[in-house]
Design a binder for this molecule. Structure first.
Ligand code: MRU
Length: 363
């Protein structure tokens, strides 16, 4: 299976023999380079350092890390396979705190291992199969979301998106960019406005790159231009992804998303969230309780402009990586189960139950 620009899911992330291979997202758009990770600790580090990022993608990477832990322990320390898997689950699930997909995927493999009767060779094989299934399932969910969301957009939409919720963030196809992709396949009149997304520029580095590969027309803007674009009628819809969606429909996503949602409300523009059920956290009553990662000050003050630092050395900095958009600002949430409208509580619960039933169904 390939994405239209030829970047197959396994080009973004794959579990190989004794390694996890991933496209290094810190080096895009300038260089397309893969890193080969040979221990689960290296996988955890790659998640922390954002070599791989985006909620579903870090879940997939985490699952692959657990499978890798079992395979390497089987080869190097056969008596320690199960201990190593337990250590990997504990170390990987907390590599980043906000996106629930990471703990969701790692815990699923942890449960599989805990209940596995053995022998260890079978455990290693079953964990590898489960990690690859997490990957295939996430890409499948993205494709289904894209098909559902098309009805929300009408003809010739001008879609503003924030951060990167594309193939890179999901291991293939994308959530918000999956919606864009599906819309564009049916309607070449689709246009995209890409927020650059400070401080780490996932919009300009990654989303613009993906759209370029696909030949989907876009305009890149600095984050503080979104209000003017909306006031000038150059945005008809906002579509973003999510790192965690609470039971009440609050959406936790890349810092700056909340501001975009407030602007969209002011301008009467629908604010739409596309996320798979693996991003739902129905144990969280509201987004207020979701842990928000605080990242290094250097990410904010380290920008160079005119060949010079853009902030005084040591300037005090706040760097929350995510924010909470209250459910009242969200016009629709699209999961692979369909389009959900406010109030979200029951509809998200039904989507979750349907996803569980699907996973349990034979075949
Ligand atoms: O810090 P990042 O780059 O991992 O943050 C990613 C986002 O906030 C995305 O919008 C979110 O994970 C949705 S990706 C399908």
């Amino acid at each position: 299976m390939t994405t239209p620009h030829g970047l197959a899911p396994e080009d973004i992330l794959r579990l190989g023999e004794g390694e996890v291979v991933m496209l290094d997202q810190t080096r895009l758009p300038g260089e397309v380079v893969h890193v080969h990770l040979r221990t689960w600790r290296q996988v955890a580090e790659a998640i922390r350092d954002m070599v791989v990022r985006g909620a579903p993608a870090i879940g997939i990477a985490g699952a692959m890390g657990v499978a890798l832990a079992a395979a390497t322990a089987r080869r190097d320390h056969p008596a320690r396979v199960r201990d190593e898997v337990r250590d990997a689950v504990a170390g990987l699930r907390t590599a980043r705190p906000t996106a629930v997909n990471l703990a969701w995927a790692v815990d699923a493999l942890g449960r599989l291992a805990a209940a596995h009767p053995g022998p260890d060779d079978a455990l290693v094989a079953d964990l590898a199969a489960a990690a690859r299934a997490v990957h295939a399932d996430e890409v499948g969910r993205c494709r289904r979301m894209g098909a559902h969301a098309r009805v929300l957009l009408g003809r010739g939409p001008r879609i503003l998106t924030h951060c990167n919720a594309g193939a890179l963030a999901t291991g293939g196809y994308g959530t918000a960019l999956g919606v864009v992709r599906a819309a564009h396949a049916a309607d070449p009149g689709v246009r995209v406005v890409v927020d650059e997304t400070r401080p780490l520029l996932q919009g300009s580095r990654l989303t613009a790159w993906e759209l370029e590969q696909e030949g989907i027309p876009y305009t890149l803007i600095a984050d503080n231009m979104a209000a003017t674009m909306m006031a000038q009628g150059r945005v008809s819809h906002v579509v973003v992804g999510a790192d965690r969606i609470a039971a009440n429909g609050d959406v936790v996503n890349k810092i700056g998303t909340y501001g975009v949602a407030v602007l969209a409300r002011e301008h009467g523009i629908p604010f739409i969230v596309a996320a798979p059920t693996s991003t739902l956290d129905l144990d969280m009553p509201s987004g207020a309780d979701v842990p928000v990662e605080e990242r290094a000050a250097e990410e904010v003050r380290g920008l160079d402009l005119f060949g010079r630092p853009a902030a005084p050395d040591g300037a005090p900095v706040a760097n929350p990586a995510f924010d909470r958009t209250p459910a009242r600002l969200v016009a629709a949430i699209v999961t692979e189960q369909g389009v959900h409208r406010p109030p979200y509580e029951r509809s998200l619960r039904a989507a979750w139950d349907a996803a569980i039933a699907e996973a349990a169904a034979p075949g």
